[in-house]
Write a protein that binds this ligand. Structure first.
Ligand code: THU
Length: 160
């Protein structure tokens, strides 16, 4: 028997002002995208911004529905926009943020499991890592170098 270490590494910034100019701008786009969130049920507005290799920025926000499971997360809205409108472009990074009308979100908001799995599919297909940055409305920012580091023992097409 051998012990398995599941720790993954990343960077923790105290504030988005510590980010590089490229990352800061992308996070600003994610913040802007929260304005288009349709979240009357959760009151939790999520914004995602994807930087493509050609410099284009594609955004998405969460879209809810009166039939709750019919809604969709910001990250998947954004990544499927890329998949359908920019199918040949590689993704460099994605920035995610959220705010709530119930409270100040002061912890970094990591992508949900389904979004991690969805993003992994495209990262594996493009054979290049996708950096992920996430924060709340205020405070610390987490940055990881790849979707893979957010999903240990992940499932992918190699099993099929
Ligand atoms: N949400 C996202 O947009 N992304 C995530 O990764 C987590 C959750 C949305 C879904 C729902 O509209 C609201 O946040 C509350 O769960």
């Amino acid at each position: 028997m051998k012990k398995i270490n599941l720790s993954s590494s990343g960077l923790l910034y105290n504030d988005m002002k510590e980010l590089s100019e490229e990352d800061y701008k992308l996070m600003e786009s994610a913040i802007e995208a929260t304005q288009d969130s349709y979240s009357p049920y959760s009151k939790f507005k999520v914004g995602a911004a994807i930087l493509l290799k050609d410099g284009n920025v594609i955004t998405g926000s969460n879209q809810e529905n009166a039939a709750y499971p019919s809604g969709m997360c910001a990250e998947r809205v954004a990544i499927w926009k890329v998949a359908t409108s920019y199918p040949n472009q590689k993704i460099k990074k994605i920035a995610i943020t959220a705010k709530s009308s119930n409270k100040t979100v002061d912890k970094p908001v990591g992508p949900c499991g389904a979004c991690r799995q969805t993003m992994l599919e495209y990262e594996l297909n493009q054979q290049a890592p996708v950096e992920v940055l996430f924060m709340g409305e205020v405070g610390k920012v987490v940055k990881v170098e790849s979707i893979t580091s957010l999903l240990p023992f992940s499932f992918d097409s190699s099993y099929l």
